[in-house]
Design a protein around this ligand. Structure first.
Ligand SMILES: Cc1cc2nc3c(=O)[nH]c(=O)nc-3n(C[C@H](O)[C@H](O)[C@H](O)COP(=O)(O)OP(=O)(O)OC[C@H]3O[C@@H](n4cnc5c(N)ncnc54)[C@H](O)[C@@H]3O)c2cc1C
Ligand SMILES: *[C@@H]1O[C@H](CO)[C@@H](O)[C@H](O)[C@H]1NC(C)=O
Ligand SMILES: *[C@@H]1O[C@H](CO)[C@@H](O)[C@H](O)[C@H]1NC(C)=O
Ligand SMILES: *[C@@H]1O[C@H](CO)[C@@H](O)[C@H](O)[C@H]1NC(C)=O
Ligand SMILES: *[C@@H]1O[C@H](CO)[C@@H](O)[C@H](O)[C@H]1NC(C)=O
Length: 488
């Protein structure tokens, strides 16, 4: 009896022990090959502590066996092969803003933190720009200011370059398409460690999938070569309204989505619900518009917003780095918390704006106390954006003609919420979003999606992406050993 118990115990313990040992084994092999300056294994080390900070602070709880700081594609290749040899789990981290569990975090495995890879360049003859995956878009933009150029990337300075692999919505997107549409060549370390180039001429299928088909799926991108764009003066700012204006503002957003034809004008409309008491004065609610015009004179593009009585209007002439610091510098850092995203996609018409807003608002009222912050963001996808995407070959979403819009649903839960309470509130929020429904035939935006929304399945190109995934990750190394979007 005793020996039976013992062997049962051994049988259950052995695989666990092996899995735990895989991380340290990979780490020691990587240390041997890359040297100890590129690997940190102590959770007390400040670099390590910095590396396990995520925008969704629930990810901070996971402890990698070590953090590896590759300096080149070659280093990434060595690390991936060592991880594979040890059968360890791993994660690839750029800016660490994806809120989904294990998308860029890992427990007892190897964290590949790309933060040391920050080289950039600009070629005035071709107007092509290059950047490596480390750092955040704010750093990338600052660098190209000296050339009066920029690249299509995040709308907030603090977001990392993984954004571009999920498509990447920028204030410049109505003119130039998604961030990934400006890709011209990528350097990619494949799951087997091979270093390849992906472009329209070289591995075109891999290039196709990497333009918006998601990060950590087909390999590790170690260098982006993109078409740069001019960046001069912008007329931009935030307008803040109180909630009694909610219907006027939603109508203005709806009109903008449907009728604005000036591709230099971009907006985000955000409705915010705070945990403060309601007191029938709507002090717990605010509406913040982000208005950005590429050029000093927006003409009439924003008149529908400025004609509604507002609390505050910060619109003024700004540089591009100032534009991505709206509404305040460090916005991404300051909004760290137990954050989760969901996404919806809709066409204008059928009161789709009001329907989504009213459902969300009713949920917010019913669930007071269960969140620190909720926001609902309206993100237009105009025809000019989808045209610009097509003109550059089209991305992995093969975006149907605009106008349509994505909704980003954010929920920040209180710190220390019990697991059952956390799960219940997430499920309830999920049900509310699901109940709002989505337009047929439009892709869910990867960058705003919750893992359970399986956005790839909504792409018309899903079967093609599955083929490409199978070709470049044939033994499911990435699929099995790191988090990411489901191809099943
Ligand atoms: C405050 C905030 C603002 C945002 N604003 C925008 C916006 O304006 N536009 C927009 O489109 N999205 C926006 N997003 C969404 C954002 O694009 C996604 O969260 C994106 O995943 C963040 O990329 P990251 O590099 O910061 O995060 P990470 O979590 O480090 O990376 C995201 C995913 O990509 C993978 N990955 C990253 N780099 C590589 C690489 N080089 N090779 C292979 N895989 C890689 C990671 O493994 C991870 O799964 C915002 C998010 C936040 C939190
Ligand atoms: C160490 O990693 C290399 C690849 O980087 C691999 O070829 C080798 O087999 C690994 N050694 C062990 C003991 O896993
Ligand atoms: C950038 O623009 C400014 C203002 O128009 C100009 O003075 C400067 O010469 C430009 N720099 C380059 C490198 O083109
Ligand atoms: C402003 O709203 C009106 C309808 O009230 C619409 O006709 C017009 O196109 C809108 N303009 C913009 C730029 O959204
Ligand atoms: C509006 O709803 C009807 C019925 O549900 C649907 O057939 C139609 O396609 C919708 N129109 C838009 C623009 O979504």
């Amino acid at each position: 009896m005793l020996s039976f118990c013992f062997s049962l115990l051994a049988a259950t313990l052995v695989p666990v022990a092996a899995a735990v040992a895989a991380g340290p084994a990979a780490c020691s092999n990587i240390t041997t090959q890359l040297g100890s300056s590129k690997v940190v294994a102590s959770p007390l080390n400040l670099k390590y502590i910095d590396s396990i900070e995520y925008w969704n602070t629930l990810q901070d709880a996971y402890q990698p066996s070590c953090v590896v700081y590759p300096a080149s594609a070659q280093d990434v290749s060595v690390a991936l092969q060592a991880i594979r040899a040890a059968d360890s789990r791993f994660a690839i981290k750029a800016g660490g803003h994806n809120p989904n569990t294990f998308y860029s975090s890992v427990d007892a495995g190897v964290l590949l933190d790309l933060s040391s890879m920050t080289a950039k360049s600009y070629d005035a003859d071709t107007t092509l720009a290059t950047y490596e995956p480390g750092g955040v878009f704010g750093d990338v933009y600052e660098y190209f200011v000296q050339y009066n150029r920029t690249v299509v990337g995040a709308r907030l300075a603090g977001v990392g370059t993984g954004l571009a692999l999920g498509g990447g919505m920028s204030y410049l997107s109505p003119q130039y398409g998604m961030a990934c549409d400006s890709f011209r060549e990528l350097e990619i370390v494949l799951p087997d460690g091979q270093i390849v180039t992906a472009s329209k001429d070289s591995n075109p299928d891999l290039f196709f999938a990497s333009r918006g088909g998601g990060g950590n799926a087909y390999g590790v991108v170690t260098k982006y070569t993109v078409q740069s764009r001019p960046a001069g003066e912008f007329y931009a700012g935030n307008i803040i309204y109180t909630f009694p204006q909610k219907d006027s503002v939603i109508e203005a957003i709806g009109n903008f989505i449907q009728y604005n034809t000036d591709p230099k004008a971009a907006i985000i409309g955000t409705y915010e619900k705070l945990p403060t008491p309601d007191l029938n004065l709507n002090l717990d609610e605010a509406i913040i518009m982000f208005l950005v015009y590429d050029g000093p004179d927006p003409g009439t593009a924003f008149d529908n917003f400025t004609s509604i009585p507002y609390l505050l209007n910060t619109c003024s002439i700004k540089t591009y780095p100032e534009v991505v610091d709206m509404p305040i510098p460090m916005a991404t850092e300051l909004s760290r918390g137990a954050n989760m995203f969901r996404v919806g996609v809709h066409r204008p018409g059928n009161n789709s704006y009001e329907t989504a807003l009213n459902k969300w608002r009713a949920w917010a009222e019913d669930n007071k106390g269960k969140y620190l912050l909720l926001s609902l963001d309206f993100q237009p996808v105009p025809k000019s954006l989808t045209d610009a995407s097509k003109a550059q070959g089209g991305n992995a979403m093969q975006m149907p003609d605009g106008p349509w819009f994505w909704l980003n649903y954010l929920i920040t839960t209180p710190v220390g919420m019990s697991e059952p309470d956390y799960n219940a509130v997430q499920q309830s929020y999920r049900d509310m979003v699901a109940d709002t429904g989505n337009a047929e035939g439009l892709p869910l935006f990867i960058n705003d999606a919750n893992y359970d929304q399986n956005p790839l399945q909504t792409f018309s190109t899903f079967a093609k992406l599955q083929e490409i995934k199978k070709k470049y990750d044939p033994d499911n190394f990435f699929a099995d050993k790191t988090g990411g979007w489901s191809f099943a």
